[in-house]
Write a protein that binds this ligand. Structure first.
Ligand SMILES: NC(=O)C1=CN([C@@H]2O[C@H](COP(=O)(O)OP(=O)(O)OC[C@H]3O[C@@H](n4cnc5c(N)ncnc54)[C@H](O)[C@@H]3O)[C@@H](O)[C@H]2O)C=CC1
Ligand SMILES: O=C(CO)COP(=O)(O)O
Length: 333
């Protein structure tokens, strides 16, 4: 299969490697010409240390590489998804399958990634979300990993499942694209929160509390927006939450640690040197929650720290002092 991967950050590069190793003809598109030239010359991506890119990969910074591709993988940061999708409109056919691997919710519109792609490309092709606990650094090193391929069009989800599957990358299929995409976007917010508490010197108890209650509020929003409750117990929900809130590979978790240690938010994001999606998602998630009438106290707390400059210790104290509740009093898995 001829495949274009759009976005040569850590994740786009790791997935292009995997698809090339699965025998596909893969072109890796970079947003910046110099990034593409550097990849071609060095066959290394500094975001994936110690990894050599396969010889069979092709590189370009020209979006017309999508012409004639059976599958196009959208792997830019969430804020670049709309413009990249608009750039390939007119080069697709109804048979093309688009795969979204970006994790976020668009600022302003509060649309999920597959919704943006469908809108920007004229709703011509099926759009599959591929998500789950999968740090690029580990996938590139062939560490056994499992993800989920989600689309209401089951045939498209299964085509993508087959393309990516191999003996170190296991892919499940799902029809719950809403649940899968919201789990992906919100776990980044929770990783910023758990990182922040780690940075402030709190321990494993605090981390487990935020992860568990964070998943509860994520599922509450997801179900209100049409996702399935069970999805949040799966790879794109609990699975990705675990990997992102516990790994030093996580950009969100590491940014949270720096913020918890007292570094200003923008400086912490700069310091990470790769996209910190939770920063963008928190604003849109808060907006979605408001519209759906869903309570999301941890997301709200994250917003106050990230956008209003409030002291994280005070915000955590306020979370702890909320009115007492029954644990299972609301929608839960
Ligand atoms: N890195 C990882 O382990 C994983 C990342 N993801 C998701 O994949 C997406 C991409 O993440 P990474 O590869 O880590 O990002 P990254 O930060 O490594 O790479 C960003 C890339 O985007 C390009 N870029 C910057 N602005 C752009 C724009 N306006 N339009 C298009 N491209 C632009 C940069 O040139 C760079 O190549 C994110 O949504 C992330 O949440 C998902 C699973 C794993
Ligand atoms: O989505 C990811 C792992 O599944 C990557 O998480 P970070 O963006 O926090 O590194």
């Amino acid at each position: 299969m001829k495949i274009a991967v759009l976005g040569s950050g850590g994740w786009g590069t790791a997935l292009a490697m995997l698809l090339a190793e699965n025998g596909h003809t893969v072109t890796l598109w970079s947003y910046l010409e110099e990034e593409s030239r550097r990849l071609q010359q060095t066959r290394e991506n500094p975001l994936l240390p110690g990894v050599t890119l396969p010889e069979s990969l092709s590189y370009t910074w020209d979006l017309s590489c999508v012409r004639g591709c059976g599958v196009v993988v959208m792997a830019t940061p969430s804020f670049g998804v709309r413009s990249t999708a608009e750039g390939i409109r007119g080069m697709l056919t109804p048979e093309t399958i688009l795969v979204s691997v970006s994790k976020g919710i668009e600022k302003g519109s509060s649309l999920r990634m597959t919704e943006i792609i469908r809108q920007a490309t004229g709703d011509l092709c099926p759009v599959v979300a591929l998500s789950g606990p999968s740090h690029a650094e580990e996938v590139a090193r062939r560490v056994p990993t499992a993800v989920v391929s989600a689309c209401p069009d089951q045939a498209a989800a299964e085509t993508v499942q087959d393309l990516f599957l191999n003996d170190r990358f296991r892919v499940y299929s799902s029809s719950d694209v809403v649940g899968v995409e919201l789990g992906a976007a919100l776990k980044n917010v929770m990783a910023l929160c758990t990182g922040c508490c780690t940075g402030m010197g709190y321990g494993d108890n605090t981390k487990a509390m935020l992860m568990t209650r964070g998943l509860a509020e994520t599922a509450r929003l997801g179900v209100a927006l049409g996702g399935r409750r069970e999805t949040f117990a799966g790879l794109a929900g609990m699975g990705d939450l675990i990997v992102t809130c516990t790994s030093m590979n996580s950009r969100n978790y590491r940014a949270g640690i720096l913020i918890g240690q007292g570094m200003p938010v923008q400086q912490a994001i700069q310091e990470i040197g790769a996209v910190v999606e939770g920063y963008y998602a928190v604003d849109s998630a808060r907006e979605l929650a408001k519209r759906a009438g869903v309570e999301m106290p941890i997301t709200q707390a994250a917003y106050q720290v990230l956008y209003e400059g409030r002291d994280p210790k005070t915000v955590l104290q306020e979370l702890m002092r909320r009115e007492k509740r029954h644990e299972m009093e609301e929608t839960w898995i």
